[in-house]
Design a protein. Structure first.
Length: 92
């Protein structure tokens, strides 16, 4: 019998069409959550700022860890968020 893979939780940042960054957390896939934002079913903040592009994410073992990181990042200065995105290297 195949062993089930434990659920992963993610903290992620997307770049909105106006250049702003939105930080959130999601279960299972940061990419899937980005698609939800782009479909207009994500956060109210991103609905009028589509399309959004996934520019940073990190996997966690628990929802608590993912949400805690989300809360920390939301209190960071914009330049600190931008530095994290640059270091991740996913944005072209």
């Amino acid at each position: 019998m195949a062993e089930e893979k434990p659920r992963q939780w993610y903290t992620y940042m997307v770049r909105c069409s106006d250049g702003s960054l939105y930080t959130g957390s999601a279960a299972d896939s940061a990419e899937a959550r980005t698609a939800v934002h782009n479909a207009g079913r994500g956060a109210k903040y991103t609905r009028s700022r589509r399309p959004v592009k996934l520019v940073w994410y990190r996997a966690w073992d628990t929802a608590h860890d993912a949400r805690s990181m989300e809360a920390r990042i939301k209190h960071w200065k914009k330049e600190d968020k931008e530095a994290l995105v640059r270091a991740f290297g996913k944005e072209s």
